[in-house]
Design a protein around this ligand. Structure first.
Ligand SMILES: [Fe+2]
Length: 206
């Protein structure tokens, strides 16, 4: 999705304003509906019975949110391998090892996010086909080789995912799920660290 705000606005429009909405508080309701629409996936997720006390409507949205970030995380996970395999140049060994460490860590994030969706009664939708359809990350460039180009491409991927995850913290918070917000916070903190490790290769002259 290129412009979440546009999508949210469109969704709000689709949720046509009722007479009640048109009155005081209507704008806020429409805003909330837009937020919910922007958060949810296209299809209503399948829900399993659970004793988890988070209300069903919130769990539906949380599962949708988690599956969106799962798609991004699966994509990021393999993009880091792509960088690990193809980087060349004088800083080869350092970057080769660094990108593999990030790959391993992002694998942990994939698992954390997927299992949270299942804990909420949902289905984790983490196949590569689903990830390819849903990911918000750009395709990793195939025609680059030298270290600085990979540093730039990996930084872009990490920053894009980092932004999406940070936004997801607030969305989980809005849905009153402190645990999912905490999970996203943990992932966000890790991504910020890796972004620092990678960007530091390009910051010496600034
Ligand atoms: Fe390897």
């Amino acid at each position: 999705m290129k412009d979440p705000k546009k999508k949210a606005a469109k969704a709000a429009k689709a949720n046509k304003p009722t007479a009640v909405n048109a009155k005081k508080g209507g704008a806020r309701k429409a805003g909330n509906a837009a937020k919910a629409a922007a958060r949810s996936t296209q299809e209503e997720p399948k829900l399993y019975k659970t004793g988890n006390d988070i209300k069903k409507s919130a769990r539906v949205e949380l599962i949708g949110l988690l599956n969106k970030r799962l798609a991004d995380a699966v994509d990021l996970h393999m993009q880091m391998k792509q960088a690990h395999w193809n980087v060349k140049g004088p800083h080869f060994i350092g970057l080769h090892k660094l990108f593999d460490e990030i790959h391993a860590d992002t694998g942990e994030y994939v698992d954390l996010i997927a299992e949270r969706a299942v804990q909420l009664g949902g289905v984790a939708e983490g196949t590569v086909r689903t990830a390819a359809k849903r990911t918000q990350l750009g395709e990793y460039p195939h025609d680059i080789a030298d270290g600085p180009a990979h540093v730039d491409a990996v930084s872009t991927a990490l920053a894009t995912f980092g932004h999406a995850v940070r936004t997801s913290i607030d969305e989980a918070d809005d849905l009153e799920d402190a645990d999912t917000a905490d999970l996203f916070t943990e992932v966000s903190r890790g991504i910020d660290k890796w972004l620092w490790f990678v960007e530091a290769h390009a910051q010496a002259t600034k």
